[in-house]
Write a protein that binds this ligand. Structure first.
Ligand SMILES: C[S@@+](CC[C@H](N)C(=O)[O-])C[C@H]1O[C@@H](n2cnc3c(N)ncnc32)[C@H](O)[C@@H]1O
Length: 246
């Protein structure tokens, strides 16, 4: 009887653990830019990496390292997007807030930067950072794993940097994201290129640009262009079709 109960408890617990591994996974650290404690599986989306980023100090240390700017080029990337002053931008999976100062500068004092995170500890840190750095335009948002938790048509441009390979059920996720962006608004996906790189996730989690285009396109987004700007990451830009009906 006890054995049956234990087996049942294990079976019930297994899917949740597989979906969002806990802090124990942090011990398998690798490489500079820091996906630590990586686990992936290939049912559902190809090459989705499941892990948590709830350790704020770890995130600050690894996402804000001095070497990152050399290959991440945040100023050049944000400048290339030509964001209009006053715009509302969503940083989907903002992490420790690496891009926030650049996005806040781009939207200016009248704009808004919605900083989405699924980790409550990071959301609290994003508020603290916004206060410390007087980024008055930044609005931290506690998002869900299965959807960006935003109102319909609230956003002019959504950007996600190094988050794509963590998203589960990408077609459904990007279909929900589509509704949060105004018709004609843009989505910018920045993620690691396949191949040997000095930074980024393990091999199986580096997703070819063509796959990103196919997956995001299947969710209703129109591919616009791919920027040849960063050495280690693809930059793929989409638009919500202007005539898209909900
Ligand atoms: C590798 S970090 C990148 C952080 C930041 N964009 C940067 O470039 O420094 C990935 C982040 O995405 C977040 N994340 C993972 N799955 C997510 C989801 N479904 N929705 C929103 N954020 C997610 C994680 O909590 C983590 O902070």
């Amino acid at each position: 009887m006890r054995a049956t109960f234990s087996l049942l408890a294990l079976l019930l617990a297994a899917p949740a653990a597989a979906q969002h591994p806990g802090p124990d996974d942090h011990k398998h650290e690798h490489k500079a830019h820091g996906e630590h404690g990586a686990k992936g599986h290939k049912h559902g989306d190809h090459a989705t990496m499941h892990r948590r980023f709830d350790d704020v100090e770890w995130a600050k240390k690894h996402f804000e390292g001095p070497e990152r700017a050399k290959w991440q080029k945040p100023r050049e990337l944000v400048a290339a997007l030509k964001i209009a002053p006053g715009a509302t931008v969503a940083d989907l999976g903002a992490g420790s807030g690496y891009f926030l100062p650049h996005l806040a500068e781009a939207v200016g004092p009248e704009g808004t930067v919605l900083a989405l995170e699924v980790e409550p500890s990071l959301v609290a840190w994003l508020r603290e950072r916004a206060e410390k750095e007087q980024l008055t335009q930044v609005v931290p948002v506690l998002s869900s794993f299965d959807r960006p938790r935003l109102p319909a048509e609230a956003v002019d441009l959504a950007i996600m940097v190094d988050v794509y390979h963590h998203i589960d059920g990408r077609k459904a996720w990007f279909a929900k994201a589509l509704k949060t962006v105004r018709p004609g608004g843009r989505l910018v996906v920045v993620d690691f290129k396949p191949g040997d790189l000095p930074v980024g996730p393990p091999k199986g989690h580096k997703i070819p640009a063509e796959q990103i285009k196919a997956e995001v396109g299947s969710a209703g987004w129109a591919f616009v262009e791919q920027l040849d700007l960063l050495p280690h990451q693809n930059v793929v830009i989409f638009r919500r079709p202007p005539a898209q009906a909900d």
